[in-house]
Design a protein around this ligand. Structure first.
Ligand SMILES: NC(=O)c1ccc[n+]([C@@H]2O[C@H](COP(=O)([O-])OP(=O)(O)OC[C@H]3O[C@@H](n4cnc5c(N)ncnc54)[C@H](OP(=O)(O)O)[C@@H]3O)[C@@H](O)[C@H]2O)c1
Length: 335
């Protein structure tokens, strides 16, 4: 099938990766699904096939560079040349930095940082040969502004950002048509808040306001098909990134005051529950976390960001109409 779109998604079994798989799934799309947990991957495969697409399940650990490269080759052998590679896999440790063991820090970094790098390299190697393809990094406002209780994760997100900047320069130098894009997300209601390692006795929660995974998946799908360097999703992403750029000191004070308590609930956590740092959690987590009632199902900011020209034109037209009405009133009032 020459016109089939070949898409790889890491972290395909849960959360934003899973919602992204659903967003892409349909006739004419073949999806390669990467994560460790077979139950979640098989659930994702069924969803792709029900939507009329093809799926290839590749259970592996993204911290293993050779396994990621072998998976990329398996995708090309089984499905065809990779058009889009999406890095969504992640692991985190909710804790004060002083309470994170070196091994936990290393493990979270192997997944969230190195897992992304190995994915980028595996995709790049193949896309460069053909001089086409898009790599989508699922990023976070925390790639700009670190927050308390998430040092390994924030460090990894900052790190990938730096690698992407280097690679962008290299691709420009090589006059390559391979495209890189990052989708910077706000808090999203995903199962990570149930299965991530957590040093606290109660369940964690994304920093409010937060969104449903479909909002992220729509932005990722859009970014994969347009030539935009970065896509920012949600008003919180905009004020977090600009807050860090313009006023880092007040931003830190604000986060120190609000973001420790703001990431923890009163819901007790079973201390013996399996978490996802060293292996996949049991079962099929799906896309949504436990906070459906509070999560925003849409983002007007994200829609406007996708259609910047139309949004600017609409605002300009509204401004001009407002000015005309004001001028008319002024004239009628004899001003
Ligand atoms: N949720 C948020 O608030 C939020 C905000 C901003 C950005 N993001 C970004 O969204 C992306 C997904 O996060 P999420 O919230 O959807 O998390 P999630 O629900 O916990 O999903 C994480 C995914 O990564 C996979 N994974 C974890 N460790 C792995 C490993 N060693 N090898 C292979 N796969 C592994 C998991 O599958 P297995 O356990 O089956 O391997 C799962 O599919 C991340 O890049 C994150 O930075 C999330």
């Amino acid at each position: 099938m020459a016109s089939e779109e070949i898409v790889v998604v890491t972290g395909a079994s849960s959360g934003i990766g899973r919602a992204t798989v659903r967003r892409f799934a349909g006739p004419g799309v073949a999806l390669a699904l990467i994560a460790r947990g077979r139950e979640g991957l098989e659930g994702a495969r069924r969803e792709v096939e029900q939507a009329g697409g093809r799926a290839l399940v590749l259970p592996l650990d993204v911290g293993d560079a050779e396994a990621v490269d072998a998976a990329a080759q398996a995708v090309e052998d089984a499905l065809g040349p990779i058009d889009i590679w999406i890095n969504s896999a992640m692991a985190t440790v909710f804790a004060f930095l002083e309470d994170v063991s070196p091994d936990e820090f290393r493990r979270a970094t192997e997944t969230t940082y190195f897992g992304s790098i190995w994915g980028i390299q595996a995709a790049l190697k193949r896309m460069r040969r053909r001089d086409r393809g898009t790599i989508v990094q699922v990023g976070s406002a925390m790639a700009y502004q670190g927050i308390p209780l998430q040092a390994p994760y924030c460090g990894a997100k900052h790190g990938v950002q730096g690698v992407f900047e280097s690679l962008r320069c290299e691709l420009r130098h090589q006059r390559s048509d391979v495209h890189l894009t990052t989708v910077q997300l706000p808090g999203v209601n995903t199962p990570q808040f149930q299965h991530a390692r957590n040093r606290f006795p109660t369940r964690s929660i994304p920093v409010a306001p937060y969104y449903q995974p479909e909002v992220a998946a729509d932005a990722i799908h859009w970014a994969a098909h347009h030539r935009r360097r970065e896509v920012w999703v949600g008003v919180p992403t905009v004020y977090t990134i600009w807050g860090n750029r313009l006023a880092p000191w007040p931003a830190e004070r604000y986060l120190a005051r609000t973001a420790v308590g703001g990431q923890l609930t009163d819901t007790p956590l079973d201390p013996d529950r399996p978490d996802n740092l060293y292996g996949p959690p049991p079962g099929d987590a799906g896309a949504h976390g436990p906070y459906d009632e509070q999560a925003h199902p849409r983002s007007l900011q994200a829609a406007l960001a996708r259609h910047r020209r139309a949004a600017v034109a609409a605002f300009a037209a509204a401004g001009a109409a407002g000015a005309a009405v004001a001028a008319g009133a002024f004239t009628r009032n004899g001003g």
